[in-house]
Each structure stands twice: as structure tokens, then as C-alpha cells.
Design a protein around this ligand. Structure first.
Ligand SMILES: NC(=O)c1ccc[n+]([C@@H]2O[C@H](COP(=O)([O-])OP(=O)(O)OC[C@H]3O[C@@H](n4cnc5c(N)ncnc54)[C@H](O)[C@@H]3O)[C@@H](O)[C@H]2O)c1
Length: 366
């Protein structure tokens, strides 16, 4: 039985030290001289099923940074799948390189061959720096790829479903904090109005929330602001706003020592991965400040649920119906957190671990 543990990670910086800390099953280094491919595939845990997770292409400052990213992200996928009730394990891959300059059909197809060689233990999909077009190239070499365009029978852009799940998680948090899940009139700040943030703002506007938005891209801000009557605020100003709910939909690590001191909200609920800079520090710090945190990997699982549905013959309605359950799961986590006196991210992690543990036992019997 694979044991998952809540640990202070990365005490030992050696590659095997880190693999051991994160407790990965397999990490594969892929290299191809011809195409310049340098990729790392991290398979964290396959107790519940094949490890599914996207391939990120990024110009990492160092190989150490790439290894850290793939290990952290693949571990997160294990928890995301487990807590969402999916029969999937956790995996993720990174390709080291500039997606704008270094990508080619040959590179993606060569990468696809490496995925193929894993015989289904890892199923890839798109992520930052990769597109549905890249998935088409990978598909030419292996069937172990999801997130294909709708025209190819795939599930297409997962962002609207991710936004819907985030919205469900946010409503559950409102129910817990205010006794009603209505977001009408609530002041909500959305940090990052890209794919997910944009769809989330649309849902919030339909409920007549008072929306504040920020982003790097002025055009995008103008567009979203005029469409949904959202007020544009500065990128740093967002942490000081007097709002009810803060929704991080851009980067990870935005909940940290500095921002926790500044935030005035009662709820944090957003789509970004790894929002807490350090789970063991900032999870408890939020509890102390009386801010209810809706765990990121739980409420942003809609995209994964959507892709999972593709593996079984895509059905958009059932993907949305399954994503809607995030509402109930989030309330369960709040209860668990309260009953056990632990912060919500830890409660969610424990819930995911319990499922892996118990289903692992089921599978061990004949
Ligand atoms: N797309 C999905 O289905 C999905 C699923 C799960 C998790 N997520 C996570 O949700 C987040 C958003 O994903 P996305 O697909 O919308 O990405 P995206 O790149 O389309 O949007 C992110 C937006 O954030 C903006 N941004 C970047 N830095 C910022 C900053 N410092 N302040 C304000 N805005 C900033 C960008 O300009 C961009 O518009 C990411 O963290 C992603 O990992 C996405």
C-alpha cells in the first residue's frame, strides 16, 4: 500500500530525496537529440487508476525548478482526482522549453512516443504552454491523451467546467459563512480574468454579485468589465479591497504572510492551483484570521472531471452534473475541518488520502 503523507516537503534536495519525500511511483526523464525534447513525466500514484494530468511547456530557469514543478503538480493531481471521486491517479509532465519558440510537430510527436511507452500508466492532456493542437500531434503517436478538440470527439476547453466547479465551491463557502449560498450583492474580487476567471465572472454577474477584477492584460479587463459591469482594480490593490470573497484565478502562492495580513474577506475561493504558499503555515493562519478557505484542488476539479468524462465517451451534461457535486463535497470538508479542528486544506488532503487508502484495500483482494 502506498502511503501518502502530509510533510514539510523538499528537505532533501537530491532528485531521489525529493521523489521519496513526495512519494512518487515513477519519474521518467525523456530526451531526444533531434527535436531537442527534454521532458519529465511524474507519476505520483496509480492506486485509483491511470495517472492523468496535463503536460506543461515552460522555459524553466533551471532543471531543478522543472523537477520541483512536475513533482508538486503530479502529487496535486492525485489529491484532485481522489477527492472528486474519480477512478484516476495523479500524474503530470513538463517539457522544458519556450512554448513560443521551441515547439514543433516533431517534438510533440516524439514526446507522444514516450507517453505511449508508459502503456497507459500516464494519460496526458493540455496545460500551460500546450494546446489542443499539440494533443492532436500526441494522439498521432498514442491513445493515452485526453483534452482533444470537440471536433475530434474530445471534451474541448475545460475552463467553463472548471469555472462552474469553482462557483459551486464558492457558493458552498457562502452557505457555511453566511447561512445562505446566494452571492447576490456580495462583493467578490477575481484575480485573473483569463479562461477560468472570465467564465467565473459571467456566472457571478448572473447572480448580481458586485465584482472587482484585475489582470495583466488591459484589453481583457476592458472587455470583461464592460460586458459584466465589473470594476477594474490594480494588481496589488486587490489584496487591500474591502470584499466578502477573494477569488484567486491567476497564479499560485498568492495566499502568504504578506497578503493574509492585508486581506479583509471572509472567504477565499478560486481556481488557481497551490494558492497557499505553504500549506502547513498559511492553512492555519487563515483559520486564525477567521477566513474560510475553499481548498483549491477540490473546487478547481471541474476541468479534470470534464477530461475524465472524455475517457468514457464525452457527455457534457454528465460532466457538469458531476462537477456540481463539488458543492456538497466542499460542505463536507468544512464539517470535517470543524470536527477535527484542522484547517480546510488539510481536511481535504486527509479525505483524499482516506479514499486512496480504502479503495487500495478493495483492489488488493481477489
Ligand atoms: N483552465 C482550467 O480548466 C484550469 C483547471 C484547473 C486549474 N486551473 C488554474 O486556474 C488558474 C487560471 O487558469 P486559466 O486557464 O484561466 O489561465 P489563463 O492563463 O487563461 O488566465 C490567467 C489570467 O491571469 C492573469 N494574470 C497572471 N498573473 C497575474 C497577476 N499577478 N495578477 C492578475 N492577473 C494575473 C493572466 O494575464 C491571465 O489573463 C491557473 O492557476 C490554472 O492553473 C485552470
Amino acid at each position: 500500500m502506498v502511503e501518502l503523507k502530509e510533510v514539510e516537503l523538499k528537505k532533501d534536495k537530491s532528485v531521489f530525496g525529493q521523489i521519496s519525500e513526495y512519494n512518487h511511483e515513477k519519474v521518467v526523464f525523456c530526451h531526444d537529440h533531434e527535436t531537442g525534447l527534454k521532458a519529465i513525466i511524474g507519476i505520483h500514484n496509480t492506486v485509483l487508476g491511470p495517472a492523468l494530468g496535463g503536460t506543461r511547456m515552460w522555459a524553466y530557469a533551471s532543471e531543478a525548478e522543472a523537477i520541483d514543478d512536475v513533482l508538486r503538480l503530479s502529487r496535486g493531481m492525485t489529491y484532485k482526482a481522489a477527492i472528486s471521486g474519480l477512478n484516476l491517479g495523479g500524474g503530470k509532465a513538463v517539457i522544458i522549453g519556450d512554448a513560443k519558440k521551441d515547439k514543433s510537430e516533431a517534438l510533440m510527436r516524439r514526446y507522444g512516443r514516450f507517453v505511449k511507452n508508459l502503456n497507459g500508466a500516464y494519460i496526458t492532456a493540455e496545460d500551460v504552454g500546450t494546446t489542443t493542437k499539440d494533443m492532436e500531434y500526441i494522439k498521432m503517436e498514442t491513445d493515452h491523451v485526453a483534452g482533444l478538440p470537440e471536433s475530434m470527439g474530445g471534451s474541448g476547453d475545460p475552463s467553463p467546467v472548471t469555472a462552474y466547479g469553482t462557483y459551486m465551491g464558492m457558493k458552498a463557502a457562502a452557505k457555511k459563512a453566511y447561512g445562505s449560498d446566494s452571492l447576490e450583492g456580495k462583493k467578490i474580487s477575481v484575480q485573473g480574468v483569463g479562461h477560468v476567471g472570465g467564465y467565473l465572472v459571467e456566472l457571478l454577474a448572473k447572480e448580481n454579485a458586485q465584482i472587482f477584477i484585475t489582470d495583466i492584460y488591459e484589453d481583457r479587463l476592458r472587455d470583461i468589465s464592460s460586458k459584466y459591469k465589473a470594476k477594474v482594480v490594480g494588481m496589488d490593490e486587490i489584496y487591500d479591497l474591502d470584499v466578502d470573497i477573494y477569488s484567486p484565478c491567476a497564479l499560485g502562492g498568492t495566499v502568504n504572510d504578506d497578503t493574509i495580513n492585508r486581506l479583509k474577506c471572509q472567504i477565499i475561493a478560486g481556481s488557481a492551483n497551490n494558492q497557499l504558499r505553504e500549506e502547513t503555515v498559511h492553512g492555519p493562519a487563515l483559520v486564525k484570521k477567521g477566513i474560510l478557505y475553499a481548498p483549491d484542488f477540490l473546487i478547481n476539479a471541474g476541468g479534470l472531471i470534464n477530461v475524465y468524462s472524455e475517457l468514457q465517451g464525452y457527455n457534457r451534461e454528465s460532466a457538469y452534473a458531476q462537477t456540481e457535486r463539488i458543492y456538497g463535497y466542499t460542505l463536507d470538508i468544512f464539517d470535517k475541518s470543524e470536527n477535527e479542528g484542522i484547517h480546510t486544506q488539510l481536511a481535504a488532503t486527509k479525505m483524499a488520502e482516506q479514499r486512496i487508502h480504502s479503495i487500495g484495500k478493495v483492489k488488493s483482494t481477489y
